[in-house]
Design a protein around this ligand. Structure first.
Ligand code: COA
Length: 336
């Protein structure tokens, strides 16, 4: 996709937060009929973090991740113009971003939620880059935060072993057009397959006696694992290739492949299909499982903290998941 940009945009800070409580695979065996061997060989996951405690929500994690990112660059929260909170597990259906805005005292920021499950961070970062590249805003905080532990059916072994809770944050800033580091993106949705992965709203059978109105409740996560797996390994490589093509970049230009951390087999299969060396894969899912919208910024923050990423490295980032929605974002890293 070609776009006319007025200004550049780049990521200037990252931060992340995970809850303290850990559930490893042996503890998982006490909840459902499974084994460490099955989980590790099919998914690569060894443990995940769970947000325990009364009244705890994505906001608790999102606040910590955001403050860490702000502190890294000594930025005052009042300098943030916009907050985009990518989440599919808000603590308020009207939106949770305003609570984050108030808690971190980002008094000049407009804030909204963006719901796109495991693609949420990619879509939110692309959205933020548009506001920066068209010159409307200067500093934007993008947070991916999910607590899918609250939506998992803990007796469904096909899903409960996969998910964990976390938040990851990035701060994007506008810069000169020449210094633009959000190089390009490629996004897709195919709603025909939305049923393969959903937390659907179920209406009760009997309507309100006077109003003939049906009300209901949200169910637990449903996933057709096989279909989601096939979708990811077939569509993600295509999205990456389309995006690289539009930027006149080749596979050899990629320094890092940062995919949504769903399953180690998916990460390896995508890299294999594209002939990307496995040493270029950023992966931390063995420690955290699939943390949905948080997985990419959490892995990015860890990679930055571990000094893996060098100045000017090209990072190919892809998100995929419920919707079904998937997409690629290509960035170049800049420390200062
Ligand atoms: N422990 C032990 N056995 C399990 C199990 C578990 N946690 N979960 C499922 N099984 C069993 C099934 O019941 C089935 O048994 P059967 O052959 O007797 O019927 C067998 O293992 C195979 O199940 P299947 O669902 O075919 O396994 P799979 O190889 O497809 O792996 C996933 C399951 C979920 C790991 C895999 O499909 C996957 O990773 N899909 C993508 C999921 C994903 O990434 N989702 C998020 C995207 S954002």
């Amino acid at each position: 996709m070609k776009s006319l940009i007025m200004k550049g945009a780049r990521i200037i800070a990252t931060g992340s937060a995970v809850p303290n409580s850990t559930i490893n695979n042996s503890q998982m065996c006490q909840l459902v009929e499974t084994s460490d061997e099955w989980i590790v060989t099919r998914t690569g996951i060894k443990e995940r973090r769970i947000l325990t405690g009364f009244n705890k929500s994505i906001i608790d994690l999102a606040v910590v991740a955001s403050i860490k990112a702000l502190d890294k660059i000594s930025m005052h929260p009042s300098e943030i113009d916009l907050i985009i909170l990518a989440t599919s597990s808000p603590n308020d259906l009207f939106g949770s971003a305003s609570q984050l805005q108030a808690k971190i005292k980002a008094c000049n920021a407009v804030a909204f939620d963006l719901t796109a499950a495991c693609s949420g961070f990619v879509l939110a970062t692309v959205t933020a880059s548009q506001f920066l590249q068209n010159g409307n805003y200067h500093n934007i905080l993008v947070v991916g935060a999910d607590v899918l532990s609250k939506w998992v059916n803990w007796s469904d072994r096909s899903t409960c072993i996969l998910f964990g809770d976390a938040a990851g944050a990035v701060i994007l800033q506008s810069c000169s057009k020449q210094d633009n580091k959000i190089l390009g993106f490629q996004l897709n949705t195919d709603g025909n397959y939305y049923r393969h992965l959903s937390i659907s709203y179920k209406e009760v059978i009997n309507p309100h006696p006077i109003l003939s109105l049906y009300q209901g409740y949200f169910e637990s996560i449903y996933m057709n694992g096989k279909e989601v797996y096939k979708f990811a390994v077939s569509q993600v490589p295509l999205s990456i290739l389309k995006c690289l093509n539009s930027l006149n970049l080749s596979i050899n230009d990629i320094d890092w492949l940062l995919l949504h951390q769903a399953n180690e087999r998916i990460l390896n299969a995508v890299a294999d299909k594209l002939s990307i060396d496995s040493s270029k894969i950023i992966a931390n899912l063995s420690k955290y499982g699939n943390t949905s919208a948080a997985s990419i910024p959490l892995a990015l923050d860890e990679a930055v903290q571990e000094n893996k990423i060098a100045e000017d490295d090209i990072i190919v980032i892809s998100g995929f998941g419920a919707g079904l929605t998937w997409g690629t974002l290509v960035i170049q890293w800049k420390y200062k």
